[in-house]
Design a protein around this ligand. Structure first.
Ligand code: NAD
Ligand code: IPM
Ligand code: MN
Length: 372
């Protein structure tokens, strides 16, 4: 019996999680997986009611579970950072979820805004370092509120933190290359000469301390993966190339801050924020990993029932993979692929008029149809 903690959170969070859980319940049942859902009332409403963000009791209860599913946190009525840092980042840090895995994959039938590019061109994974960098909250103010105010926010980069991220990325490139070889599907842009490519995305020309550490570590780890091309892109050029030649990317290893930024571009490449899934992974399994859409609480569309639930549903597939239920994960992805290929129903972000619930139901129906 796997225990799953669910934090619906704010804005569209509860709307997309409802559909994702519907899919999970069905696929778990039909695959004979026992999953117990443990709901957690955390987010803006709880904060307004009690002043609490993540009480120790709930943190400890979450720690005992097998995985966590999160909708989104953040609300215009709560000061910026209170929920994002106090809940989301705290869980990422406290539970040593040091890898944020963010696949960028264009499904057939979905339009990318990049002219002339299709599913064969947009298929890479961003391995975002998830425990360090500017996110750790090191810094402060002096003379706050005066004209001489100084604000400092320090980027922390450790050898251990960088190395485990870079190594994860090379391992992933190796796995992806052998899966392609097995399927006879070499990609000309990333399998030429070498098999697969890991790109370090950083800013070594300016951040000559922090990113010097990243570059040296990357080069040292690359020696253990001689068959994989070790590639480097400055982050600004990476943004440009994600648009102009997305087919050149296979696996990207990058810092927490850059990873945050480039994966919103990645979301757009694959059809928008409504489609991008992610996993905050603790690869050592010393604490639960947490799965969530890349998008936030989308206050501009919250409460309207029109948020796209597919990012949340694809996050369920990532969770099933992590829990070892690869057959169930595959079925969820295939059902999503079939709904997207059919062209309807679609939520407004994909040019349709369907509701969140209608799209969730379509994925569920597709799963049922696929049931032997
Ligand atoms: P956002 O991702 O919430 O929204 C950006 C745009 O994408 C909006 O126009 C929104 O309508 C659209 N969008 C997002 N999800 C969608 C979906 N499922 N279907 C269709 N359209 C969708 O980013 P934001 O507006 O910058 O942030 C809003 C709040 O969310 C802030 O408080 C922010 O801190 C928080 N946030 C939380 C997370 C998280 O919990 N992981 C991630 C990002 C932002
Ligand atoms: C994301 C979000 C978070 C981040 C925020 C809400 C803390 O933007 O998951 O991409 O910056 O990591
Ligand atoms: Mn983000």
């Amino acid at each position: 019996m796997a225990k799953l903690g669910v934090i619906e959170g704010d804005g569209v969070g509860p709307e997309v999680i409802r559909e994702a859980l519907g899919v999970l319940k069905f696929v778990a049942e039909s695959e004979g997986l026992e999953i117990a859902i443990v709901p957690f009332d955390l987010g803006a409403k709880r904060f307004h009611r009690t002043g609490e963000v993540l009480p120790d009791g709930e943190r400890d209860a979450l720690l005992k579970l097998d995985a966590i599913l999160l909708g989104a946190v953040g609300d215009p009525t709560v000061p910026p950072g209170v929920l994002e840092k106090g809940l989301l980042l705290k869980l990422r840090f406290d539970f040593h979820q040091y890898i944020n895995l963010r696949p960028v994959r264009l499904y057939p039938g979905v339009e990318t805004p990049i002219r002339g590019k299709g599913p064969a061109d947009i298929d890479f994974v961003v391995v975002r370092e998830n425990n360090e960098d500017l996110y750790v909250g090191a810094g402060g103010f002096t003379r706050k509120g005066t004209s001489e105010e100084v604000a400092i926010q320090t980027s922390i980069n450790t050898r251990v933190g960088v190395e485990r991220c870079v190594r994860y990325a090379f391992e992933l490139a190796r796995t992806r290359a052998s899966e392609r070889a097995f399927a006879g599907l070499a990609r000309s842009a990333v399998d030429q000469g070498k098999r697969g490519r890991t790109t370090l995305v950083a800013k070594t020309n300016v951040l000559t301390y922090a990113h010097d550490l990243w570059m040296r570590t990357f080069n040292e780890v690359a020696v253990d993966y001689p068959e994989i091309e070790a590639d480097y892109q400055h982050v600004d050029a990476c943004c440009m190339r994600m648009i102009v030649s997305p087919e050149r990317f296979d696996v990207i290893a990058t810092t927490n801050m850059f990873g945050d930024i480039i994966t919103d571009i990645g979301a757009v490449l694959q059809g928008g924020m409504g489609l991008a899934a992610s996993g905050n992974l603790n690869p050592d399994r010393t604490a639960p990993s947490m799965f969530e859409p890349v998008h936030g609480s989308a206050p501009d569309i919250a409460g309207k029932g029109i948020a796209n639930p597919i990012a949340a549903i694809l996050s369920i597939a990532m969770m099933l993979d992590h829990l070892g239920s690869t057959a169930a994960a595959k079925r969820v992805r295939e059902a999503v692929a079939a709904v997207l290929a059919a062209g309807a129903p679609r939520t407004p972000d994909l040019g349709g008029t369907a509701s969140t619930a209608t799209v969730g139901r379509a994925v569920l129906d597709q799963l049922k149809k696929g049931t032997r």
